[in-house]
Design a protein around this ligand. Structure first.
Ligand code: MG
Length: 389
């Protein structure tokens, strides 16, 4: 063995590949990249995907994009960036227990929100409304568009040239008419098949993360009171236990300790129920996983409690009148920007002019979707305030 080969051997990727279950995604069954590349040195293919995502421009922008609260409303609220990190942490813990590919769940989790517009769901709804005559706007599809096309950092290709399984995980949902246009990665929607277990896990880790951090942020903002949350089963149960153990605990710590225990309950329940599902359906390969019903699930009891919490957050936080006032403003900003740019594409930055000649509406949607909250507000002022330049 020559010196270079010995040296490369020592640099073999150290991940949990040796411990993977046969139905996990690994080097043996990946469908690879759209454009062939030399194998990575010192890291796995999915570690390389994760690294490319972290180095992307879209990833850095997540820091200034709304989760629920607009960026300038407070320094301590979750942003899309901290949300994505929390999703990755939850997904990795469960992946290790379930012998799934940690590197892949991490890559999917970090990339899952890359296509989100500024101002959260209000921004997405407004952009979708504007784009209806032009094929609509879906944030999952936009996340895929970012990693497949819009990131421009590599000499040899557009996008990040990620592995099939990472791209498949990013595309959580997709309208059938769009799925038909996507080739391999849209196929599962057409054939009604499931994605990898890693993709299923990242999806539920997303749910665990936002339900719990929205409780925390909602209470911190003062828009919800702890007495209201005490009406919600899962929160009440854990809060009572904490108070029994620590009767003099201060209110902020009470919230943190309760939320911490809720997350733990959900992750433990998910891993237990999933292990049961795997035992029942006995998948032996990734193909078996794709043909089976969803295998990463909560138990029926916990699923019910999650739904109750979601419903509570919808009524008391997402539809709170103070949140509604901000989302209404956000909708206006996105809609004003869209119509101004589509009507007069010369208002766009020069690098968009050529693309705008071919497809003005989609170009404007890409530009707006890439904006951070504060960039969108600044751009709105520049276009509409007569005393701004
Ligand atoms: Mg998310």
């Amino acid at each position: 063995m020559c010196r270079r080969t010995r040296w490369l051997r020592r640099l073999q990727p150290r991940s949990n590949v040796a411990d993977l279950a046969p139905y996990a995604v690994g080097p043996h069954n990946t469908r690879g990249r759209r454009r062939r590349e030399a194998p990575p040195v010192g890291r796995s293919e999915f570690q390389r995907d994760r690294d490319r995502i972290i180095h992307s421009t879209a990833f850095r922008r997540l820091e200034y994009k709304t989760q629920v609260f607009v960026n300038h409303e407070g320094d301590l609220f979750r942003t899309r960036l901290t949300h994505s990190l929390e999703v990755a942490q939850i997904a990795r813990s469960a992946a290790r227990t379930l012998q799934l590919n940690e590197d892949l769940v991490e890559a999917i989790s970090l990339a899952h929100d890359l296509g989100h517009t500024p101002f959260g769901h209000a921004g997405q709804d407004a952009l979708h409304h504007c784009m209806k005559p032009h094929g609509g706007f879906e944030h999952n599809l936009q996340s895929l568009r970012v990693v497949d096309l819009l990131e421009q950092r590599y000499a040899a290709f557009d996008g990040l040239n990620l592995c099939f399984e990472t791209r498949e995980g990013i595309l959580k949902h997709c309208a059938l008419k769009n799925a038909r246009l996507l080739g391999d990665v849209g196929e599962r929607f057409v054939r009604r098949r499931r994605p990898s277990l890693e993709a299923q896990l990242a999806n539920l880790a997303d749910e665990i993360a936002y339900n719990n951090h929205d409780v925390d942020d909602g209470l911190r903002s003062g828009l919800m009171a702890i007495e209201q949350l005490a009406q919600v089963g899962i929160f009440a149960r854990h809060m009572k236990r904490v108070l029994r153990e620590y009767p003099k605990i201060d209110p902020r710590r009470l919230v943190h300790e309760t939320v911490r225990r809720m997350i733990s309950t959900l992750v433990v329940d998910l891993t237990r129920q999933t292990a049961k599902n795997i035992k029942t359906h006995a998948p032996r390969s990734i193909d078996d996983v794709r043909a089976a019903p969803p295998l990463i699930t909560f138990s029926a009891a916990i699923q019910h409690q999650q739904q109750e919490l979601k419903q509570f957050l919808r009524l008391n936080l997402y539809q709170h009148h103070q949140v509604a006032r901000m989302t209404n403003k956000a909708r206006r900003i996105v809609s004003d920007l869209f119509h101004a740019f589509v009507t007069e594409s010369r208002l766009l930055p020069p690098q968009y002019h050529e693309q705008a000649m071919a497809d003005p509406a989609r170009t404007v949607a890409d530009y707006i979707a890439g904006m951070t909250d504060r960039y969108a507000m600044r751009e709105h002022r520049r276009l509409f305030a007569v005393d701004e330049i």
